[in-house]
Structure formats: structure tokens, C-alpha cells
Ligand binder design. Structure first.
Ligand SMILES: [Zn+2]
Length: 315
């Protein structure tokens, strides 16, 4: 499941490729039947909140996409490729149809899911995107989008430039008030999209570790100061995940290989070894980088939770 960093990254890329341009759209698979509402219209802007994308084509013409667990985009330069697979939606700009095909020019990007951000096409050169397997791809009215916004908590990534939708950055006060009143565990609250939007399982685990906070602490036992620190910590971490699709949460000084202990050398500082990008996420049974205690795993609200029982002791 992509987290907020990926959703905001797509919003920025699609804005760069299609924003202010006339966009053609179709739905080869036949499951998205409302392409007429947006096809041939100018894309005014792309919004992102939490795990939701909204492409504004005019009043009551918002294309809403939620990728869910399976959804993914592919993208490319040059003319449209042949239809392959269960293709829910295609969007393309003039560059995809008008420009003559130069040999070897049309290039398909890797599946996003297989891509670590190192083989990017410059977003401005993207001529088409394909969407497969989303949880939702439908047309929203302005009122429906507004309702969604109200249902979702503030989004840490929506602070940049006054928020992606231009309506001002998200104020975390609403989220803090909910958490400070709740008896639910903080580990559960951080994943609740109606409390904070955009934080998924990886950031949940890693933010709590970085704050040295037990995931089982009830919301009403967490200090506001700690919440502020977590919110502040989330922004650069999630932003870094937008630039480079890998979510890296460890500080270089905390990675064993950069201390020369694993014999892998020290040139991993820029692109850390994949076994050292997280403190606790999917590291159950392995020693904590800081204290050596085995990282634990448990189910919490239907998702696996990872934490260090020593660094994040209860009480
Ligand atoms: Zn530890």
C-alpha cells in the first residue's frame, strides 16, 4: 500500500506532465465509464490528500483515484503503447499523439512498484500514464471531494507551498486534539486516516521508534510536545520519500555498515543498504541498531506492527 509520500509524488509528476494542458482520457477495460466527463478538457490542477488523488477538470469534474493495495501507474514518453492488461484508465497529452515517432524514442517506465526512483523520466516529458488495479477511479463532485477532506485528518505533506490544493497548509491541531482525547494506542491512531492522513505502516513504525515512544501508549498519555515532534519529524522523512521512492528512516550514524561492522564498506551512506533503511519495520527478530534487543512484531488493527521493546519501553 503506497503511503502519502508516493501519492504526493504522483500528484507532482502528473501536475508537471498534464497540468494546464488538454488531456485525453479513455478506459479500455470498460470499468471506468465516465471518461466523457474529463476527456478533451484542460486539467486545472492535481490535488493529493492522504492516499487520495484528485484531478480537477472543472466544476464537479474531479477525477478521484485511490490506489488501494493493488493499484499502480505506468507512464511513458512518445506515442501511446498498445493496450495491455486490465487497463482502467489512460490519460495522455498532445505529445503522445501529435509528435512523430522517432525510433527508440517511445519508452515505457517500469512499474512504479518495481521502481526505486533512480530511473525516472523527467516529469515534463511524460506523455501518457496508465492506471491498473485501483481501489477507486471515479468522478467526484466538488461537494464529494469536500466531504472526503472533512473525513480525513490533516496531511503532513500538505504543508508545502500552502498545500497542494492551494487552500493553505494542513494544521495538525485537529489531529493532536483527537489523539490527546483518545484511549486507543498511539500506534493505532497514527494509522487512522481520519486522525492523520497519509501515514502508512512503514512511517507509523519508524516515527514511533524515532520518538522512542511505545506504540501501545494510549493517545491520552502522550504529551502534546511529543506529538509536535512526531509531526515535525514526519515532514522531511515523507518528503525525502517523494524524491527517492525508497522510504529511508535511519540516520547514517545508526547504520551498522557505515560503522564498518558488517564488512560491506562505508560507501553506503548515500544509498544505504536495503537492510539498513529502517529501524524496526520488517526487522522482527533482528537486533535493534541502537541497543541490540530483538525487534518485535505483533498485529495491531489488522496490520503488522514492529517495535523495539527496549528503546520503546512502555510507561
Ligand atoms: Zn532498541
Amino acid at each position: 500500500m503506497p503511503e502519502g509520500n508516493e501519492i504526493h509524488r504522483w500528484a507532482e509528476r502528473h501536475q508537471a506532465a498534464f497540468g494546464g494542458k488538454v488531456v485525453r482520457a479513455d478506459g479500455p477495460q470498460g470499468r471506468f465509464k465516465d471518461t466523457d466527463v474529463i476527456d478533451g478538457r484542460k486539467l486545472l490542477r492535481v490535488m493529493a490528500v492522504g492516499k487520495h488523488l484528485g484531478y480537477v477538470f472543472g466544476k464537479d469534474r474531479i477525477l478521484h483515484i485511490h490506489l488501494g493495495l493493488q493499484g499502480d501507474f505506468t507512464e511513458g514518453t512518445g506515442p501511446l503503447p498498445e493496450v495491455r492488461g486490465a487497463l482502467r484508465l489512460r490519460m495522455w497529452n498532445a505529445a503522445a499523439i501529435k509528435r512523430p515517432v522517432a525510433k527508440g524514442e517511445s519508452r515505457r517506465h517500469a512499474w512504479y512498484a518495481d521502481d526505486d526512483g533512480t530511473n525516472d523520466i523527467d516529469a515534463k516529458r511524460v506523455a501518457w500514464v496508465e492506471l491498473r488495479g485501483p481501489m477507486d477511479c471515479s468522478i467526484y463532485t466538488d461537494a464529494k471531494w469536500h466531504k472526503l477532506r472533512e473525513r480525513l485528518g490533516p496531511d503532513p505533506l500538505n504543508q508545502r507551498d500552502g498545500g497542494v490544493d492551494g487552500k493553505g497548509g494542513d494544521d495538525p491541531a485537529r489531529a493532536f486534539a483527537k489523539i490527546l482525547k483518545s484511549r486507543k494506542a498511539i500506534g493505532e491512531l497514527l494509522m487512522d486516516q481520519s486522525v492523520i492522513a497519509g501515514i502508512g505502516n512503514i512511517y507509523r513504525a519508524e516515527l514511533l521508534f524515532r520518538a522512542r515512544l511505545s506504540p501501545f501508549t494510549p493517545g491520552n498519555a502522550v504529551s502534546e510536545q511529543t506529538l509536535k515532534a512526531i509531526w515535525k519529524d514526519a515532514l522531511p522523512l515523507m518528503r525525502a520519500g517523494m524524491a527517492d521512492r525508497r522510504i529511508v528512516t535511519t540516520a547514517p550514524r545508526d547504520r551498522p555498515s557505515s560503522q564498518g561492522k558488517t564488512g560491506k564498506g562505508t560507501n553506503t551512506k548515500l544509498r544505504p543498504d536495503k537492510t539498513e533503511v529502517h529501524y524496526v519495520y520488517r526487522r522482527n527478530g533482528q537486533p535493534c541498531f541502537l541497543c541490540g534487543t530483538a525487534v518485535e512484531k505483533r498485529d495491531m488493527a489488522g496490520r503488522n506492527l514492529f517495535w523495539c521493546p527496549a528503546c520503546q519501553a512502555e510507561g
